[in-house]
Design a protein around this ligand. Structure first.
Ligand code: ZN
Length: 339
């Protein structure tokens, strides 16, 4: 694992153990919208940790406008978190996965032949056109893998950039979270998309996948995603990577792209490489070709609950402010300004 990769995804090492985030059902999204007064516990997550499952809302309220919207000293998450529409510019990812923005974002339709977008109220079904094309491609391959279709979690905001809550990366329209829950055989209602919870794939011990949940179709779907030539990395829980190593069979030339990570026990995170010719897009070096299946290394990614600890005893740490607009690549100011 590259140190730079860890830094990029996590920011500071204020990791919230996944066993705590996975159990909390109290948080509501304070994302693009304000929650009803009093109903919002501090709904922020440690940077870079896969967010716990949050319900969305059927009645989002817009955030109040910023006093000085053009001030480069504004926190970038406050500015980009208020952008409800894409920047009408040619599509280009600007900066890096964890510090940048997106020009010319495209939306993945909320429902497709083999996919459904979840948590519609978050307005995070945006990405670079190459991400939209990848997701449509993977969705069309899904049935052949035994997976009916994709339930999509967060992609990017309409103009990318830092978010008010949830992710350190997902900033340049090249990251997407895909649920590890099979898509039901029907179109989900808006309420179900906001409130249905994903199934945890990691068992109580946190060391192994839950055998009653884990299926060959999980392996086949993740393999299909990893084999896509545009995919640079897939982040997934260490216990799930262990199961992939065990169940991959003889064709293992895709396992090196699967990076074990904390959390990520109800979804996996797909990261595309920078599209060719995008000079302002700062990607990462490719993962080494080693399949990375040594148990001792994988165990290092598994955080176990401390015996007797009450996982809900401590409040979540306060959110980090993140960069100011002036600290993002200069082109991101233009992305904020265009209609
Ligand atoms: Zn993600």
């Amino acid at each position: 694992m590259f140190q730079s990769e860890r830094l990029e995804l996590v920011g500071l090492r204020t990791i919230k153990p996944p066993w705590r985030t996975a159990r909390s059902g109290l948080r509501l999204p304070a994302l693009l919208f304000l929650c009803a007064a009093g109903a919002c516990a501090a709904a922020m997550f440690a940077p870079g940790v896969a967010p716990a499952q949050d319900k969305g809302t059927l009645n989002p309220e817009p955030l109040p406008p910023l006093a000085h919207p053009d001030d480069p000293k504004n926190l970038a998450k406050e500015a980009f978190g208020r952008m409800m529409t894409p920047a009408a510019m040619p599509p280009r990812p600007i900066g890096s996965y964890a510090k940048g923005c997106l020009a010319g974002g495209a939306a993945l339709p909320l429902t497709g032949p083999n996919w459904q977008v979840m948590r519609v109220s978050r307005n995070r079904n945006w990405g670079h056109p190459s991400l939209i094309a990848f997701l449509e491609r993977l969705a069309s391959q899904a049935p052949a893998t035994g997976w009916r279709g994709l339930l999509l979690g967060d992609m990017s905001q309409p103009r990318g950039g830092p978010m008010l809550a949830g992710h350190a990366s997902h900033q340049i329209g090249l990251d997407a979270d895909i649920w590890l829950t099979p898509m039901p055989d029907r179109e989900l209602s808006r309420q179900e998309r906001e409130e249905m919870m994903a199934t945890l794939v990691v068992g109580e011990s946190r060391k192994e996948v839950e055998p009653k949940v884990w299926t060959p179709a999980h392996v086949a779907l993740i393999k299909a995603a990893a084999q896509d030539p545009l995919v640079a990395r897939i982040f997934i829980n260490g216990a799930i990577k262990k199961a992939l190593c065990r169940d991959a069979g003889s064709d293992r030339r895709w396992l090196h792209k699967v990076q074990p990570w904390y959390g990520h026990d109800w979804h996996f995170h797909v990261r595309l490489q920078c599209p060719p010719g995008e000079k302002e897009c700062h990607g990462q070096p490719p993962r080494p070709l080693n399949e990375d299946c040594q148990t001792k290394d994988l165990d290092g990614w598994i955080e176990l609950p401390k015996p007797g600890a009450n996982p809900d005893a401590k409040p979540a740490p306060p959110p980090r402010p993140g960069p100011r607009v002036s600290e993002l690549p200069a082109a991101c100011r233009q992305v904020l300004k265009v209609p």
